[in-house]
Design a protein around this ligand. Structure first.
Ligand SMILES: Cc1cc2nc3c(=O)[nH]c(=O)nc-3n(C[C@H](O)[C@H](O)[C@H](O)COP(=O)(O)O)c2cc1C
Length: 196
């Protein structure tokens, strides 16, 4: 499901991530962070679940599905990006990585890839090793795309009691970290505007 909010004149933060399981824990963490961005004055757009179910990225293939065009177009207009991945076998999931590979379509843009764009990272895994490892990989991908990973990244250990009975983020420390992540991508985005 794609969520769009337009408040006009506010930085646009694009969220990308989750799993094909609708409302996965990764998606819920990402949604919490984007809602926090909106509370702090930003506008957001979320690509999750079916939005990310794209053909495998093929560099020589120039045809793009409507969903791929939508994603690339939103990333082209993003003032900041927040990416969320589960840890699958210790690493970024194939679904999320494949969607991120489509950023290659921005290589010849005036803003090459995500040059100077704030890049927030969230990982969820059923243990710290995969959560922290995956977070590091997301940060490395941001560097490769010329983006600015924020100082704070959020690694969530889903084996802890993070979620309430309705699946919302209940742990105060995790909520606080996701709020801080939202504040950092917004602060970086506003700084980038001011210095452009
Ligand atoms: C294919 C697969 C591989 C996984 N590999 C790991 C792993 O290596 N380490 C780990 O801690 N959790 C692993 N998990 C658990 C997920 O990281 C965990 O459920 C996480 O909270 C993401 O869940 P979500 O689908 O609710 O977003 C794996 C789950 C799946 C489906």
């Amino acid at each position: 499901m794609t969520a769009t909010t337009t408040t006009g004149g506010a930085p646009l933060i694009v969220g990308l991530g989750g799993t094909l399981r609708a409302n996965s824990s990764t998606e819920r963490a990402l949604r919490y962070c984007l809602a926090s961005v909106e509370r702090q004055g930003g506008q957001t757009r979320l690509f999750s679940a079916e939005d990310l179910d794209l053909p495998m990225y093929a560099p020589h293939e120039l045809e793009r599905t409507p969903k791929a065009l939508e994603l690339v177009g939103a990333l082209r207009g993003a003032d900041a990006v927040v990416v969320g991945s589960p840890g699958y076998h210790g690493a970024v999931s194939g679904l999320v990585k494949n969607a991120l590979d489509y950023i290659e379509d921005l290589r010849e843009d005036p803003r090459v890839y995500l040059d100077n764009t704030p890049w927030g990272c969230i990982s969820c895994a059923y243990g710290w090793q995969a959560a922290v490892g995956t977070l590091g990989q997301l940060r490395s991908i941001g560097h490769a795309l010329r983006a600015w990973p924020t100082p704070l990244g959020v690694a969530i250990n889903s084996a802890d009691e993070i979620w309430d009975s309705e699946g919302q983020v209940a742990d105060p420390a995790v909520r606080n970290q996701l709020d801080m992540l939202a504040a950092q991508v917004l602060a970086f985005a506003r700084t980038a505007w001011e210095t452009a």
